[in-house]
Write a protein that binds this ligand. Structure first.
Ligand code: ADP
Length: 455
C-alpha cells in the first residue's frame, strides 16, 4: 500500500484547508522520528526539495546527551549540518494529527550530498540494493508489541513512574472482551494507520496484562521499516491524546512478559516469484531459504546489538515467556530464535524472534539481510532442525546474556564489517559502549533496597 499523497494532492489539500502542517522527519539511531514541523505552504514552495538538521542527531543517546567519541560528529568538528532530503514516495496524511502530513527524509552530507553511511535508512538501503543485485527483493514484516497504561505520561512522571496501571488486569492474549474495552485507542489506531496508507492487518491482546500488538502487511524492507517507525509514533500519539501512555521498552517490569518486534522475512525474485518456496523441500524451504537461515544463525550473536540495543533489552530473554534464549531454528516453534512459518504455502518465511520492541527496525532488518545474504553467497549449509522445548536445549548457541557480551561480538564481526562497513560497526559499537557506561554508573532501586540496611 503506497503512501497516499503527492505534491499535487498535498497542494490541493492545502488549498482546500485540509492540511496546513508537514512533518519533515528522519529516523535517528534509536529509531525515533526527528525533524521539523513545516507550514504546508512553505513545504510546497521550497521545503520539499531539502532542509537541514544538526548532525548531532546521529550522535546522541536517548536523553539527547552529546555523546563524546563519535567520528561522525562532535564538539571538535563544531557539530555541523546534515541535509534532510525528503523521500516524496513517503508523503502521507497522518489522520490522528489534525491538518497534518508527513514525509520521511534521507540524511545527506551537507557539502557532497552523498548519503550519510551511518544513518539507519542508508544502512538498510545498502542491503536492499545488495539483495537486488543478487536478484532478490526482500519482503519483511515486524510485529509490534507494547504495553498500554491508564496513566498519562505526565502523571507517570509526576508519580516517579511508581504507579503504572496497565489497561487490563489480566493476561489478554487473543481476548476479545478485554480488547473491546481498549477499542477507543485501538480502533482509532487501526483506522487512522490505514488512512495513512499503512496496511494494518489486525490488533490483538497479548500475553500479559495491558499488552497489545499491531500487525501490518509485509512489504519491501524499507517500506516495512518506515511503517514500523510510523506505527510506533502513532501508538504513542493516539494513546497520549486520550490521556493514556504506552511503552515499547523490551522489559518494563521484572515479573511481566517482555515486548517483542519479531521480524518475518522472505525473498522474492525480481519478477515476483517466491524464492523461499520449494513445494518438495523440507518445510517447503528452497535451498536459497536454507542458506539464508544458515547465514543468520552463524551471525546471530554478532547481530544481537541491533536486536537488543539497551542494557534493559536483555532482561526480556528469559525462559517460559515466549522470548527466545537459543540461536536455533525450528518449524512453527515459538521457543526457537528462528521460526520457520507458512510451510506448504508461497508465504513460507523465517521469523526472527530475537528483536525486542525497543529495536531500531532499519538496523535490525539491515543486519538480518546482511547475514542472510552472506549465507546465500557462501552457500552455507543449514544445521539440523531442533524440536520441542528449546529453552531446555543443551550444547547450542545462546543469545548473548547482556549488552557487554553482544557489543564484543559486534566489534569482532567480520561478516557485518564486510557487509555494513567499518564506520557503521564502529559507530553502533560506540553507542552500545556508551549505554553500558551510562548504566554502570547509575545506582538503582534494586541496589538500594537490597543493600541499604544489610550490606
Ligand atoms: P504469527 O502467527 O507469527 O502472528 P501472522 O500470520 O500473524 O504470524 O503473520 C505475521 C506477519 O507475517 C504479518 O505481518 C504478515 O504480513 C507477515 N507475512 C506474511 N507472509 C509473509 C512473507 N511471505 N514474507 C514476510 N512476511 C510475511
Amino acid at each position: 500500500m503506497p503512501a497516499n499523497l503527492t505534491l499535487e494532492t498535498l497542494k490541493a489539500a492545502f488549498e482546500a484547508g485540509e492540511i496546513d502542517t508537514v512533518l519533515v522527519v528522519a529516523p535517528d539511531m534509536q529509531g525515533r522520528l526527528m525533524g521539523k514541523r513545516f507550514h504546508a505552504g512553505f513545504f510546497l514552495d521550497s521545503g520539499h526539495t531539502e532542509t537541514h538538521c544538526c548532525n548531532y542527531l546521529l550522535a546522541l543517546d536517548m536523553e539527547m546527551n552529546t555523546v563524546p567519541g563519535y567520528k561522525s560528529a562532535g564538539w571538535s568538528q563544531g557539530y555541523g549540518d546534515y541535509v534532510m532530503k525528503p523521500d516524496l514516495a513517503t508523503l502521507r496524511r497522518l489522520p490522528w494529527l489534525p491538518g497534518t502530513a508527513m514525509v520521511m527524509c534521507d540524511l545527506l552530507d551537507h557539502h557532497t550530498h552523498e548519503e550519510i553511511t551511518i544513518s539507519p535508512r542508508a544502512i538498510l538501503k545498502k542491503q536492499v540494493n545488495r539483495a537486488r543485485a543478487m536478484g532478490f527483493e526482500p519482503m519483511m514484516a515486524t510485529e509490534l508489541e507494547f504495553y498500554l497504561f491508564e496513566n498519562s505520561y505526565e502523571n507517570l512522571r509526576d508519580d516517579g513512574f511508581g504507579n503504572l496501571r496497565p489497561i487490563s488486569a489480566y493476561n489478554e492474549d487473543y481476548h476479545i472482551f478485554q480488547t473491546s474495552k481498549e477499542e477507543p485507542v485501538m480502533r482509532k489506531l487501526r483506522n487512522d494507520l490505514y488512512a495513512a496508507g499503512i496496511p494494518v492487518e489486525n490488533t490483538k491482546g497479548e500475553a500479559d496484562s495491558g499488552q497489545g500488538e499491531v500487525n501490518y502487511r509485509y512489504s519491501d524492507a524499507m517500506d516495512t521499516a518506515d511503517n514500523h517507525t510510523i506505527i510506533k509514533q502513532a501508538v504513542k500519539e493516539i494513546a497520549w491524546s486520550m490521556g493514556k501512555s504506552v511503552t515499547f521498552m523490551a522489559k518494563y517490569q521484572t515479573d511481566k512478559a517482555g515486548s517483542a518486534a519479531h521480524v518475518h522475512q522472505s525473498l522474492w525474485t525480481l519478477d515476483g516469484k517466491p524464492a523461499f518456496f520449494d513445494k518438495d523441500g523440507d518445510h517447503s524451504m528452497s535451498q536459497t531459504m536454507k542458506h539464508f537461515i544458515a547465514g543468520q544463525l552463524e551471525a546471530a550473536e554478532e547481530m544481537t546489538v541491533f536486536f537488543a540495543p539497551y542494557v534493559n533489552s536483555y532482561k526480556r530473554f528469559c525462559v517460559g515467556l515466549f522470548a527466545p534464549t537459543k540461536i536455533v531454528w525450528s518449524g512453527d516453534n515459538r521457543t526457537a530464535g528462528f521460526r520457520v512459518c507458512g510451510e506448504g504455502t508461497k508465504a513460507v518465511r523465517v521469523e526472527c524472534r530475537i528483536p525486542g520492541s525497543d529495536v531500531n527496525p532499519y538496523l535490525a532488518c539491515a543486519a538480518l539481510l546482511a547475514a542472510g545474504l552472506d549465507g546465500i553467497e557462501r552457500k552455507l549449509e543449514l544445521e539440523p532442525e531442533m524440536k520441542g522445548d528449546l529453552y531446555a536445549a543443551a550444547g547450542v548457541r545462546e543469545i548473548p546474556k547482556n549488552l557487554r557480551d553482544a557489543a564484543a561480538k559486534l566489534k569482532s564481526s567480520a561478516i557485518l564489517r564486510r557487509a555494513l562497513g567499518d564506520d557503521v560497526i564502529d559507530h553502533y559499537h560506540h553507542a552500545a559502549q556508551w549505554e553500558i557506561a551510562e548504566t554502570d554508573r547509575v545506582v538503582t532501586d534494586f541496589e538500594l533496597k537490597r543493600l541499604l540496611e544489610r550490606a
